[in-house]
Design a protein around this ligand. Structure first.
Ligand SMILES: [Zn+2]
Length: 296
């Protein structure tokens, strides 16, 4: 991948070399974060907060914590210090009760300066969850999902398009009974992993039933079952696209922990078609005898 890392020096841009890893890594990192306000902050802080106790000291107050989160969010979104100050003053009017003019001068505005001097990030799954701001445990957070996708993408070092380029879809369909399903599973696992922020060769824990359900929703004309998914997964292992790295087990009350799978990277080429008898037999075995209907 070609990098175009530039730093602003005086009035002109200077191109840096690839070796300037400090700058390029922090630049890449800031690219993970979607350029929009986190929905949890937007929901629970932006409309103003209600103070539980008026006797609390500023640094233990709800408004202090909320202001810190909101200011750092605005800073992350690229607002400068002056704009942030005027926005935080507007926000303060929505608080119940608002901070007094004295508190604004002594506490709130200095907090903006303080936040702008520091580097920190309130993560949805970390600090914001601890502080009960984020709702990610109860429902989907589109911000977090986009962040995870960006992160996975920037961690991608192998070309994913090799799956198509190397002719895997045609190869699987031609040689295997469950080839089409195997192809679809491969694509779906890739999406799933990317949404979770798992690197390309990271381990994905996913159950057959869950995969079958996802595919049914995603592909209107394919209706796999846990059993056909299981067979198609075996095909992916057999051809060398996937590796099972941890076996699921039955827990209490019929709960089952999913198998862990790893995609084999870089994506290999399909083996040339089998011509000798031994491999033909092997192919027959894998193909199985029972035909399952994938289409309706
Ligand atoms: Zn959140």
């Amino acid at each position: 991948m070609k990098k175009d890392t530039r730093i602003l020096t005086g009035n002109k841009y200077t191109k840096t070399t690839e070796t300037n890893s400090e700058i390029s890594s922090s630049e890449t990192k800031s690219n993970y974060y979607p350029k929009r306000i986190k929905p949890c902050v937007e929901e629970s802080i932006l409309p103003g907060v209600t103070e539980d106790s008026h006797y609390r000291k500023w640094k233990f107050s709800k408004r202090w914590e909320a202001a810190k989160i909101l200011i750092s969010e605005w800073k992350r979104l690229g607002y400068d210090k002056e704009k942030t100050k005027s926005m935080v003053l507007d926000w303060n009017r929505l608080n119940k009760p608002p901070l007094t003019p004295k508190q604004v001068e002594e506490n709130l505005l200095p907090l903006v300066d303080w936040v702008f001097k520091r580097e920190f990030e309130y993560g949805c799954k970390k600090k914001l969850l601890e502080l009960r701001v984020c709702f990610i445990k109860e429902r989907r957070c589109l911000y977090y999902e986009e962040y995870s996708r960006n992160k996975a993408k920037s961690l991608s070092i192998y070309p994913d398009e090799d799956f198509d380029k190397n002719g895997w879809p045609g190869y699987l369909r031609k040689n295997y009974e469950y080839g089409l399903l195997a192809e679809v599973i491969y694509r779906e696992m890739r999406t799933f992993a990317s949404d979770k922020g798992v690197p390309q060769d990271g381990i994905v824990f996913i159950g057959f039933e869950y995969l079958a359900r996802r595919i049914t929703i995603e592909y209107k004309d394919i209706f796999p079952t846990a059993m056909t998914v299981c067979r198609a997964m075996k095909v992916l292992e057999e051809v060398g696209l996937l590796r099972k790295v941890s076996k699921g087990c039955f827990g209490g009350k019929g709960l089952r922990r999913a198998n862990g799978y790893q995609r084999i990277m870089p994506i290999p080429n399909p083996q040339p078609e089998a011509i000798d008898e031994d491999s033909t037999n092997l192919l027959q075995q894998v193909k199985g005898v029972k035909k399952e209907v994938l289409y309706t």
